[in-house]
Design a protein around this ligand. Structure first.
Ligand code: CAA
Length: 445
């Protein structure tokens, strides 16, 4: 069977930066270490006043098409995953195609376009749709463009304000891909939950503490479901595990659970037994409560072992490097984590061809999905082409007053005009409103 997966990726970060320990924490009267150590974040990226989900998505896609030498005719499908859409009918992908058509001579009139919604997991679901479309033989030799784009803003004063972010990830899904092949095997953990939602409102209603528990519960279900089709996961099977990263501290919690799960009944558990005992098994306890207490105790000990710390440092920590500087990108977040890990491998001169990634996506509401990816021969060339470090370094750093202004500028309920902080160059920008309330865009040379 021909491999199908991600051929190329591009990242577009919002052009503004908010320093969380340096600027946000003092204004909130909080200890900066809550951000750096607790949540694991240094900064959030924000869109300038001329940026939104369309410009960021179109800019990422444009860069990707240029780099790969693609024309609109090479693309048979454009799916945008977002939870920041501003229209209940017209999909963001039509706006993105409209932008791209300004800079190419041909058009996307024969490409199937859509918008995917299931909170942050929609980016991965769009990958699935593209994968299935190619596997079904309906692509006529063409590739799919999947764009995950979000302005992950929370209402001022909401606990989630600390984890905001904005950016887009564009991915090209093709046969015989350069970057990673997607596994046919997948596992799901899905339940009707009200942890985070936006009932016809821009900013989310969030039960923050509960959302953390729901993330962990659904991710565990997804892992068990994945193992039921792919066989038990062993720590040696995977080189990196990119997870959905609303903030790195969340992944720290998920990783500990995952490690306990994948080391059960392995030599890793045997090696740890002398130091912290064996993992508690439910059959050894009279009540569920006693079992849960014992599990908690085991996890506390496990967290402090050298064996776990070493696994975390090599398998998980490299997935979080970019997230630390940009915050949550919702649908793009897990795809940023994959890029972050591969970028780390490249910087370490590590050969990755044939290695496995275990990818854990999550969307509130709630659903988790686990699949694996096999790194392909062209991975290093693709990752080398990323200019994310330059983009991060070039962001304008906002003062607290700037932040208050820009948050208002992106608040749909407010009608404020804010001067741009940066000067756009070689990118699409928001250019005002049309007669039917549609957004207009233009390309700035
Ligand atoms: N030094 C070191 N650590 C510190 C600290 C200090 N001075 N002060 C606090 N901390 C630690 C806390 O102990 C805590 O860590 P643990 O959870 O490991 O105990 C961490 O920093 C955060 O502190 P708080 O819990 O006090 O922070 P908070 O009350 O402001 O809320 C939050 C945190 C609930 C995650 C909030 O940011 C939030 O609601 N975020 C949005 C929802 C979210 O992202 N949920 C994640 C799962 S849902 C999902 O993944 C979908 C999605 O993308 C939204």
């Amino acid at each position: 069977m021909t491999a199908v997966g991600i051929d190329a990726v591009e990242i577009w970060t919002g052009n503004l930066k908010l320093d969380l320990p340096g600027t946000f924490a003092p204004e909130k009267g909080e200890d900066p270490e809550k951000y750096t150590k607790g949540l694991g974040l240094n900064a959030s990226s924000f869109p300038d006043s001329y940026e939104d989900i369309v410009t960021m998505g179109a800019n990422a896609a444009h860069r990707l098409m240029e780099r790969k030498g693609l024309e609109p005719d090479d693309i048979g499908r454009i799916d945008v995953a977002t939870e920041s859409a501003f229209d209940n009918s017209k999909p963001v992908s039509t706006y993105v195609a409209g932008c791209l058509e300004q800079v190419y001579e041909s058009d996307f009139h024969h490409a199937n376009k859509g918008e995917r919604k299931f909170a942050c997991i929609a980016g991965t679901q769009s990958l699935d749709d593209a994968y299935n479309w190619i596997r079904a033989g309906r692509n006529r030799g063409r590739s799919a463009l999947v764009i995950a784009t979000d302005t992950a803003l929370y209402a001022r004063g909401d606990d989630g304000e600390a984890t905001q972010g904005a950016g887009a990830v564009a991915m090209l899904i093709s046969e015989d891909p350069n970057l990673v092949e997607l596994s046919a095997e997948q596992g799901y953990g899905s339940a009707d939950e009200t942890d985070f939602l936006k009932p016809n409102q821009q900013f989310p209603s969030v039960d923050g503490k509960r959302s953390v528990q729901v993330y962990l519960a659904r991710m565990r279900e997804a892992l068990e479901d994945y193992e039921s089709v792919a066989g038990e996961v062993h720590p040696d099977d995977l080189v990196f595990a990119p997870f959905h990263t609303p903030f790195p501290g969340m992944v720290r919690k998920a990783a500990l659970l995952a490690y306990r799960h994948i080391t059960r009944n392995t030599e890793f558990e045997d090696e740890l037994a002398e130091e912290i005992g064996r993992q508690p098994r439910p059959e050894a306890f009279d009540s569920d409560e006693e079992y849960r207490d014992a599990l908690r105790e085991y996890m506390d000990l496990l967290k402090d072992t050298e064996q776990y710390a070493e696994w975390y440092d090599t398998t998980i920590d490299p997935t979080l490097t970019i997230a630390r500087e940009v915050g949550n990108w919702y649908t793009g977040s897990v795809h940023v984590a994959r890029a972050s890990a591969l970028k780390h491998a490249l910087e370490q001169d590590r050969e990755m061809t044939g290695e496995q990634l275990l990818v854990g996506s999550y969307g509130s509401g709630a659903q988790a999905e686990i699949h694996s990816e096999t790194v392909r021969e062209g991975w290093a060339e693709e990752i080398e082409a990323l200019n994310v470090d330059e983009q991060l370094a070039e962001r304008y750093e906002m003062s607290w007053d700037d932040y208050e202004e820009i948050h208002d500028a992106h608040n749909h309920e407010m009608d404020v005009d804010v001067e741009e902080f940066t000067t756009p160059s070689e990118e699409f920008v928001f250019d005002g409103w049309g007669r039917m309330g549609e957004r207009k865009y233009r390309y700035v040379e």
